[in-house]
Design a protein around this ligand. Structure first.
Ligand SMILES: [Zn+2]
Ligand SMILES: [Zn+2]
Ligand SMILES: [Zn+2]
Length: 282
């Protein structure tokens, strides 16, 4: 049986400050449109694997993870695919303790070396728990180093790292395909596959474009209308959306310079702002 009932849940669509921004009285931060409230950018992938088991995976684990998991009703964590080590993308890792308890299993985390170095440094109490003065309830995380030369296949999904540039810093985007037992992509399956998650980027190097071909959904950084040194702005994101030509592009990692309704009304067909809680299932 191929995997079924798959959906991508946008847990957060905001930039590192979140929206509303603390102490800001601008029209977006005080908007009554719930789509203008953005927790830090992250997503959950929910599906039934080929053996019929219910699975939930995360893309990043930012500081709002506890709130996001409660809001989306997450009950397990069958893998975390990390884009990079910035605070807004990894500072929720402690929260997976609860998934450890519910699943009675460690949580597998996939990231490249630079990101893993930072995670091991920040979370010494997890990875060097023997040095904690008191024995304490810490997360149980199994880290896996990935490179852009390979991909990870598990539970009917293939996750492929995509090199992106976040200013000068090389980071990862992720492409997700549903695959059969032999590893061949099942792109005609109902559901969101294949999709790619490209947050926190300001450039896509030439070798990465083939990994963005044939997408049903592209989740793409779009910080704000004005240019920024480490994030795509509106014009740049629109140009990328046009070049990738996914069936649907969703903007993520937006700042308080973006009013959802006004932006939505201005975008071409096939491009839309994401919002917290959006479920993409087809
Ligand atoms: Zn970020
Ligand atoms: Zn504001
Ligand atoms: Zn970042």
């Amino acid at each position: 049986m191929p995997l079924s009932e798959a959906s991508v849940i946008l847990l957060g669509t905001g930039t590192s400050s979140g929206v509303p921004v603390l102490g800001c009285d601008c029209s977006v931060c005080t908007s009554s449109d719930p789509r203008d409230q953005r927790l830090r950018t992250s997503a959950a992938l929910r599906f039934q694997d080929p053996d019929g088991h219910f699975r939930e995976m995360l893309i990043d684990c930012g500081p709002d993870l506890r709130h996001q998991a409660l809001r989306a009703g997450l009950r397990r964590c069958d893998g975390i695919f990390v884009t990079h080590h910035h605070v807004d993308h990894i500072y929720g890792l402690d929260e997976v303790r609860r998934f450890n308890a519910l699943m009675q299993e460690p949580v597998d985390l996939f990231a490249e070396e630079r990101t893993l170095d930072a995670i091991h440094r920040v979370y010494r109490h997890i990875f060097d728990a023997a040095k904690n003065l008191n024995p304490s309830f810490v997360a149980h995380v199994r880290t896996h180093r990935v490179t852009t030369d390979g991909s990870i296949s598990r539970m009917g999904i293939r996750a492929t790292p995509i090199r992106l540039l976040h200013g000068k810093m090389p980071i990862l985007g992720w492409r997700f395909d549903a695959v059969d037992a032999a590893g061949a992509a099942l792109n005609d399956l109902p559901g969101p596959f294949p999709f790619a998650w490209c947050t926190d980027c300001s450039a896509i190097p030439p070798e990465s474009w083939p990994r963005l071909e044939g997408l049903r959904h592209l989740f793409l950084d779009m910080l704000r209308p004005r240019r920024h040194p480490t994030h795509f702005c509106l014009d740049e994101s629109l140009a990328v959306a046009e070049q990738v030509a996914a069936k649907q592009t969703w903007f993520i990692h937006m700042s308080h310079d973006v009013a959802h309704a006004a932006l939505e009304a201005s975008l071409p067909t096939g491009v839309a702002p994401g919002h917290d809680g959006l479920v993409v299932s087809g």
